[in-house]
Ligand binder design. Structure first.
Ligand code: S1T
Ligand code: MG
Length: 557
């Protein structure tokens, strides 16, 4: 066994099920050993951002590690945005980068693909990963690999392994299993006791769940906790899709002023808000009608639990949840009252020009007829529209908000789980990475892709209507599908959309691209509310001198 095969065994034992990648001369030995070992399938794509997004989605969808393999310099630096997104969204993505051999580093030459120094890439990756190792000594490599992969899983964050091209085939010992550090049981017990005491003292406790619940595979435990507590559950914007199908009393997604007023009132009127695995970000909380006083919440995130003015460090969700469940009687035989059914946009007449909400209505009807599909969404109005779809699993970079995620994520999701995804993507984002569909057949994938073709960067135009720079030509994506091995459907009306979705579901083995020609300027109700809310909270209101005062005014009003 050599360094690469030991690394592959360690990756597979920690949940990886494939490697996405693009080679380069500094990575050819690594790719050769990966192919020879045949221990993890190697899925090559066309552009490194897509490699990162696909590996990110594989980790999110399946749990465990996602793996992206690239060459040194041009490849690894092309990957940076996707790794940054994984860091922001707390995804355990492992970057494997080829690198110069020892004799090349000692040559005295400036090397091709080198930036400022041969360490520039290492230093750049320090800012977007939780741990790193350069595997230039076979005696150290097993312990380094164990430590770095352990960090990825324990923190649910990206990590970086640099493999010099003269080391890929070097003989190497087995990678040990480094058990994760055990939390202090006394601290966990004290934390669980105080948390439950606070919830019992609250008149209107509410549970909000976020990304860490999925990242650490805790959905079933959280659903059971919600049932035993008998409190309403909502997801954060980024947590949309969580607890789908678990029977938890899920009341919807909290979007502040941009969301369902009943959910907003539930959250902002609570005197006992329990945030589990929620990133306290602007996308999750910025458009709050009432500023939520986080000092009155209980916030369990990133291995710590904050309550009021004090923090329990070293208490991960995976330890806190069993401690809470041990302290609560099993859920009552009678389930908590089911939340109200989500308000569905009324279907438009068959010949009506298409709006984003018509896509949501048609997809919901399709899911009712054929069963829900997991959804991978890009950034743009398609993600706001996704708030009206479901309940179903949803993968999207809701916080870091990078475009280009949707199509590669759909491929990553299907490679890792075998489930056929529905991909939602705007025309602008499709122009970035939609072409990766050309790899679908070879990767054994057949996603159904809905392109929100509004001939604009519409989400930006909603904020900046005068910006002519947000206009795009209307591309004919439907006619491009066949050339990439799929089927294209140009769709102009509600009736055509419904028919195209039925044909797409009935066709397997070829991706299906629905090129939905949206009415110019049409935006989803959620995006419209989001824009109005941002305007209200950030524009000075009459009689207030500054935005800060406006915010204060919004808080008090
Ligand atoms: N580049 C990248 C890689 N990610 C981004 N998020 C942006 C730029 C900025 C940006 C948005 S939303 C948006 C851009 C350019 C327009 C999206 O256009 P399209 O995909 O056609 O979707 P839609 O027309 O539905 O808006 C966010 C706010 O930063
Ligand atoms: Mg667009």
């Amino acid at each position: 066994m050599n360094l690469t095969t030991r690394l592959l065994a360690a990756l597979r034992e920690r949940g990886a099920s494939e490697i996405f990648g693009i080679p380069g001369d500094f990575a050819l030995p690594l790719f050769r050993e990966i192919e020879r070992a045949a221990m993890l399938p190697l899925v090559t794509l066309s552009h490194e951002p897509a490699v990162g997004f696909a590996a990110d989605a594989a980790a999110r969808a399946r749990g465990g590690l996602g793996v992206a393999a690239v060459t040194y310099g041009a490849g690894a630096l092309n990957l940076v945005n996707a790794v940054a997104s994984a860091y922001a969204e707390r995804v355990p993505l492992v970057v494997l980068s080829g690198a110069p051999a020892a004799h090349e580093l000692a040559s005295g030459f400036v090397l091709h693909h080198q930036v400022k120094t041969t360490d520039s890439q290492w230093r750049l990756y320090r800012e977007i990963t939780a741990d790193r190792a350069r595997l230039d000594d076979a005696a150290q490599a097993p312990a380094q690999i164990a430590r770095v992969l352990g960090t990825a899983l324990r923190r649910s964050l990206p990590v970086y392994l640099e493999i010099p091209r003269d080391m890929a085939a070097a003989p190497c010992a087995e990678v040990p299993h480094a058990p994760p550090p055990r939390p202090d049981p006394e601290a966990v017990a004290a934390c669980a006791d105080e948390l439950l005491q606070r919830l019992r003292a609250a008149a209107r406790p509410v549970l909000m769940v976020g990304v860490e619940v999925r990242r650490f595979g805790l959905e079933d435990q959280v659903a059971e906790l919600a049932r035993r507590l008998g409190v309403p559950v909502v997801t954060s914007f980024m947590g949309r899709g969580l607890l789908a199908g678990t029977g938890a009393p899920l009341h919807g997604t909290y979007l502040g002023l941009a969301g369902d007023p009943a959910v907003t009132e539930l959250v902002e009127g609570s005197d006992g808000l329990l945030l589990l695995g929620v990133i306290v970000s602007d996308t999750n909380f910025a458009v709050s009608a009432q500023r939520i006083d986080l000092r009155r919440t209980v916030h369990a995130f990133d291995d710590r639990v904050a309550m009021g003015h004090h923090v329990y460090p070293g208490v991960p969700l995976a330890a806190l949840l069993p401690a809470l469940l041990q302290r609560l009687p099993a859920a009552p035989a009678v389930a908590a009252p089911a939340p109200p059914p989500p308000a569905r946009p009324a279907p438009a007449p068959g010949d009506a020009a298409l709006r984003p909400q018509d896509i949501a209505a048609a997809v919901n009807a399709l899911f009712e007829r054929h069963g829900a599909m997991p959804v991978a969404s890009d950034v743009g109005d398609c993600l706001f529209t996704a708030m009206d779809i479901g309940p179903t699993a949803l993968l999207a970079p809701g916080y870091y908000a990078t475009m280009g995620y949707g199509v590669p994520a759909g491929l990553g999701l299907q490679c890792a789980t075998g489930r056929r995804p529905l991909v939602l993507v705007g025309d602008g984002a499709f122009q970035m990475t939609g072409w990766e569909l050309g790899h679908a057949r070879r990767a054994g994938c057949d996603p159904i892709v809905i392109v929100f073709n509004n001939a604009a960067w519409e989400m930006l135009r909603a904020f900046e209507p005068e910006g002519g720079f947000n206009a795009l030509e209307r591309w004919d994506f439907a006619s491009m599908a066949a050339g990439m091995g799929g089927d294209g459907h140009a769709v102009h009306t509600v009736a055509e959309l419904q028919a195209a979705l039925e044909r797409a579901v009935a066709t397997r083995g070829r991706f299906q691209l629905l090129d939905v020609r949206l009415a110019p300027g049409a935006v989803s109700p959620t995006l419209a509310r989001f824009v109005a809310a941002v305007r209200r909270l950030s524009m000075p209101l009459p009689g207030t001198a500054t935005a800060a005062e406006a915010t204060a005014h919004a808080t008090l009003s």
